[in-house]
Ligand binder design. Structure first.
Ligand code: NI
Length: 167
């Protein structure tokens, strides 16, 4: 297992659209394990392969308190969405920034699990937010891009300042 470096916004590689996984093989299983380790270590509740510069449609999520409910979503697709919720979101690629985003309250997602078996899941609340946030990553979209241009400008300035201090 290995910890993977996480791309930081506004790294242009975060805007890459990830390609579907053709087969859940040993390489994909190793990627899922490394992504899970990286997510737990960060710590975070979700991670998309895009964020570790692997442009394949793979997401890991664990919204449990005690890291006991790891889920892998390979080639995830939202097939139904319903309602609306506003949640304050953060992202391992945008450290220290938390902003409210409006998303669907409930989603039905179809994907392959870590063994390559198809499944369907109906999610609401935090899990639904997390699924939508991570699938956005696979499509090259970062949550701060839902904000106004003014707010996004302020966030970019803040991140650039932080990068200068830590560089
Ligand atoms: Ni994120």
């Amino acid at each position: 297992m290995a910890l993977l470096p996480i791309l930081r916004y506004p790294d242009p590689r975060l805007h890459t659209r990830a390609a579907p996984v053709a087969a859940v093989d040993d390489e994909i299983r190793a990627l899922v394990r490394d992504m899970a380790e990286t997510m737990y270590e960060a710590p975070g509740i979700g991670l998309a392969a895009t964020q570790v510069n692997v442009h394949k449609r793979v997401v890991v999520i664990d919204v449990s308190e005690d890291k006991s409910a790891l889920m892998a979503f390979i080639n995830p697709e939202i097939v139904e969405r319903d309602g609306e919720q506003v949640c304050e979101e953060g992202c391992l690629s945008v450290p220290g920034i938390y902003e409210k985003v409006t998303r669907a309250e409930r989603v039905k997602v179809r994907a392959l699990n870590g063994e390559g078996e198809p499944f369907e899941l109906e999610a609401d609340g935090l899990l639904a937010v997390c699924i939508q946030h991570e699938i956005d990553h696979l499509d090259g979209k970062v949550f701060v891009e839902y904000l106004s241009a003014l707010k996004l400008g302020r966030i970019k300035a803040k991140l650039a300042k932080k990068a200068r201090i830590t560089a």
